[in-house]
Design a protein around this ligand. Structure first.
Ligand code: HEC
Length: 136
């Protein structure tokens, strides 16, 4: 009988745990909605919330290396063979990459057509996304 009670209580606790978490999340969302200027919580607003806790992805601590590994074979002024990549699309320095930020967003994140052969890990895509959306 004791065991039965124990199991019942445990099952009850497990069943309740996720429910209480989602209730808290909903409440937080509502608070933001009230505090925000606009009446609706749009995607950019929720992204800002994520950015607050996102890792600080910078040119120096990650992007430079990632572009070098995955893009500069074709997209650098020093590239020996560009595989048809346009002359004006190069990412030598941070400013060069920032000039192409919108297109990097589209090609790498939205369409995932750069690099042409793919190869970015899901984790790397997340870091690219954080850089594009949060730290620029
Ligand atoms: C194997 C060579 C190669 C690699 C590696 C490569 N690209 Fe490209 N890239 C191209 C070619 C070829 C084009 C022009 C044809 C096209 O737009 O699809 C291009 C065009 C682009 C453009 C401009 C076109 C537009 O849509 O505005 C951007 C931005 C771009 N690449 C970003 C990247 C990024 C960021 C990476 C790395 C994550 C990357 N590329 C890796 C070959 C490459």
């Amino acid at each position: 009988m004791k065991l039965y009670l124990y199991v019942t209580i445990t099952v009850f606790l497990i069943a309740c745990a996720p429910a209480s978490v989602s209730v808290t999340a909903e409440k937080e969302g509502q608070t933001d909605q009230i505090e925000g200027d606009s009446a609706e919580v749009d995607s950019s607003e929720s992204l800002e919330m994520e950015c607050e806790t996102a890792p600080y992805v910078t040119w120096d601590n990650w992007i430079k290396g990632a572009l070098s590994a995955h893009c500069q074979g074709c997209h650098a002024t020093t590239s020996l063979y560009r595989y048809g990549a346009p002359e004006n699309v190069y990412f030598d320095e941070e400013e060069d990459a920032l000039d192409w930020l919108e297109r990097i967003d589209v090609r790498v994140l939205e369409q995932q057509t750069m690099p042409p052969a793919g190869g970015l890990l899901p984790e790397e895509l997340v870091l690219f996304e954080i850089w594009v959306r949060c730290w620029n």
